[in-house]
Design a protein around this ligand. Structure first.
Ligand code: WT7
Length: 656
């Protein structure tokens, strides 16, 4: 991170769009003027143009009860119909919707007609299993077509999905199932990862059986299991059902019923500054409008000719908005891939680009930096000439990675769109428009048309040119979160209290405005880490660590990491009673594995340091800033507010 900031302050390279790209671009500069002239009118026009409304809306924004927005509230639509049926009815049923590539090399091309029919069957199956309007369905699947089919089937019947990333542990899955009171879990026996089957169903069994004194999960009536890994699994009769057996018994006729624009579409859990993940709630009409608008204009989508690939898993917001809802609402042809980028060899992603002639490609900086390390000869050995636009998401992309991405993957031709957004914003908020904006490596640049963003001081005043501050959204936007599931107060406190009088949404990110007023993201300003573009909270990992019998106290920080952006570094104090037990084992690896088992492998600390004291203020607050200095090998900053100013010396000696 420190590197990124240093480099970007000196970054002066500029990349205007080529004449050819600009002439053929989907988005033209007039979008900005139209949105500026009438912001709400602009969004209403996009909603009408991009979506099919069963009942047209007459109101655009209802902001009478901030921060709970309603967009297009009296309109009705069916989200799945918008992503499927209408494309078939328009004569595009034979267009490929999904090119699915399994990790072992098996593949499937699924047309819009076929996908529509699969989703209709799945919708009938869900109804037969007693899932109705508003019921929650947990989805815990690998990247296989059934993941997308399940999400769309849930949407089609007006139920609410909660997709849980397959890398999360049984504990994390259970917490999400309980919070949402999910009625059904859709999973697979296992999925392919790194050449092996990685089991999923056993984690569901474990999750449902966990008993922390409150009994096993009682909301779940059925577990629907897709056969993918062919691994041996246990079976609970009456509860567990095979997807392929059930789906064979239902009709492929299903009429999509319209729902109100504010009908809940999904919950997606994300880490905050406390140990308990937040269920971010998104609804239908506004979300789909901004998903479709941004996917079309930021990625310059030409659905007749482009092949689009977002490498994100459906377990994250990028997978929701830019694998499922945006591309399918726009009738795009897209690639989805089950496995890891390096299996069976490091060039797998580029083989897939070549195989499907991918033209639009969206990935995270951490992956790009990983490829940089492996060397340019790997992508250069493939024909990547089909690519015409590259996207970046999840964390700041440092200028070096940006230039490498453009030169080596994009053949020096492709624009790169660095897209800033969050689970809570639902869709892209800040990005270049590729045929319009002159690109600056390292900067996310400008708010999209219709989006109002600023960088402000602690007092909420806009910062001047070349100054840094806090990133805020100053006006409501269509795909904004409608709340935190079951906890409206937490929604207000977390995002809206900081600049309450002004009514600004505070994103948790620091940013800088350059001389042109364009935005450079500087990372989180709260106790949230960003590891490989995935959000983790220090509190969540600390609470996993202190749940271990050896640990008395723990403090976790995000330290800059060359590949993953940030890495988890933990400092732990061992209980006195456990010190002799601890001496006998490798405490660091025991605790690293414990965190991975509790939360998931993405949360596994890079390092665990055993210390005798933690740096605390007189009021007992841990000063993570100082631990970050140690973890990043820097000179330790100001320690004068510590209760015991000698603590940091002792820690620094223990670590180095
Ligand atoms: C946080 C949101 C949005 C999908 C993936 C992550 C960081 C995201 C960028 C970017 C700099 C970025 C921010 C943000 N972030 N995109 N282009 N440049 N930082 O979603 O898990 O909700 O995390 O990711 O810190 O707050 P998320």
């Amino acid at each position: 991170m420190a590197d990124t900031i240093d480099n970007l302050l000196h970054e002066t390279r500029r990349f205007p769009p080529s004449e050819e790209f600009a002439a053929n671009a989907v988005a033209k500069a007039d979008l900005y003027e139209r949105a500026r002239a009438d912001r709400l009118g602009f969004w209403a026009e996009q909603a009408r143009e991009l979506l099919h409304w069963s009942t047209p809306f007459t109101t655009t924004l209802d902001w009478s009860n901030p921060p709970f927005a309603k967009w297009f509230a009296d309109g009705e639509l069916n989200v799945a119909y918008n992503c499927l049926d209408r494309h078939v009815l328009a004569g595009n049923g034979d267009r490929v919707a999904l090119y699915w590539e399994g990790e072992p090399g098996d593949s499937r091309a699924i047309t819009y007609a076929e996908l529509t029919s699969e989703v209709k069957k799945a919708a009938n199956l869900l109804t037969a299993l007693g899932v109705g309007e508003g019921d929650r369905v947990a989805i815990y699947l690998p990247m296989i077509p059934e993941a997308i089919i399940s999400m769309l089937a849930v949407a089609r019947i007006g139920a609410v999905h909660s997709v849980v990333f397959g890398g999360f542990s049984a504990e994390s899955l259970r917490a999400r199932i309980d919070d949402a009171n999910a009625k059904l879990v859709i999973t697979a026996d296992g999925g392919w990862r790194k050449g092996k089957v990685s089991p999923l169903k056993p984690a569901v069994d474990e999750a449902l059986a966990l008993d922390h004194g409150d009994g096993p999960a009682d909301s779940v009536e059925h577990v629907l299991v897709v056969k993918r890994g062919d691994n041996d699994i246990d079976w609970v009769d009456g509860r567990d059902l095979w997807w392929h057996e059930e789906i064979a018994q239902v009709s492929d006729e299903h009429e999509a019923k319209p729902f109100g624009a504010e009908h809940p579409l999904f919950i997606l859990y994300t880490s905050g500054t406390t140990g308990k993940p937040k269920g971010i709630l998104h609804t239908s009409g506004g979300y789909l409008t901004q998903a479709a608008f941004t996917h079309k204009n930021v990625f310059d989508l030409k659905p007749e000719t482009d092949v689009y690939w977002s490498t994100a898993d459906v377990g994250w917001i990028t997978g929701h908005t830019y694998v499922v809802y945006g591309p399918l609402a726009n009738g795009a042809t897209e690639v989805i891939y089950e496995g890891t980028p390096d299996h069976p060899e490091p060039g797998r992603w580029w083989d897939i680009v070549e195989k499907y002639q991918v033209s639009l490609f969206y990935a995270a900086p951490t992956a790009i930096r990983g490829f940089m390390k492996q060397g340019r000869q790997i992508p250069l050995a493939r024909d990547l000439s089909s690519l015409r636009l590259l996207g970046s998401v999840g964390e700041p992309i440092n200028p070096e990675a940006w230039i490498w991405y453009r030169d080596i993957i994009g053949g020096g031709r492709t624009p790169i769109v660095d897209t800033w957004w969050q689970t809570e914003t639902g869709a892209i908020m800040i990005s270049a428009l590729p045929g319009v904006t002159t690109l600056k490596p390292g900067s996310a640049q400008v708010p999209l048309p219709g989006i109002s963003i600023d960088v402000v001081t602690d007092a909420g005043e806009p910062v001047g040119p070349d100054e840094g501050g806090l990133l805020v959204v100053t006006e409501p936007w269509p795909s904004m979160a409608r709340g935190i599931w079951g906890d409206p107060e937490r929604f207000k406190e977390t995002y809206w209290d900081r600049f309450k009088e002004r009514g600004y949404y505070f994103a948790g990110d620091g940013a800088r405005k350059d001389k042109d007023g364009e935005i450079w993201l500087l990372g989180r300003v709260d106790d949230v880490m960003n590891v490989s573009g995935h959000r983790l909270s220090t509190a969540e990992i600390e609470s996993a660590l202190v749940a271990h019998p050896l640990t008395a106290e723990a403090a976790v920080v995000g330290a800059s990491d060359e590949t993953t952006g940030q890495a988890v570094v933990a400092f732990v104090i061992i209980k006195d009673s456990q010190k002799s037990a601890a001496a006998a084992e490798d405490v660091a690896s025991e605790l690293r594995n414990h965190v991975a088992a509790q939360i998931g492998p993405i949360a596994r600390p890079r390092q665990v340091y055993v210390v005798n004291e933690l740096p605390k203020t007189r009021s007992g607050k841990i000063m993570r800033r100082l631990l970050r200095d140690v973890a990043e090998g820097r000179e330790i900053g100001d320690t004068t507010t510590l209760a015991d100013t000698t603590v940091m010396q002792v820690i620094a000696t223990a670590v180095h």
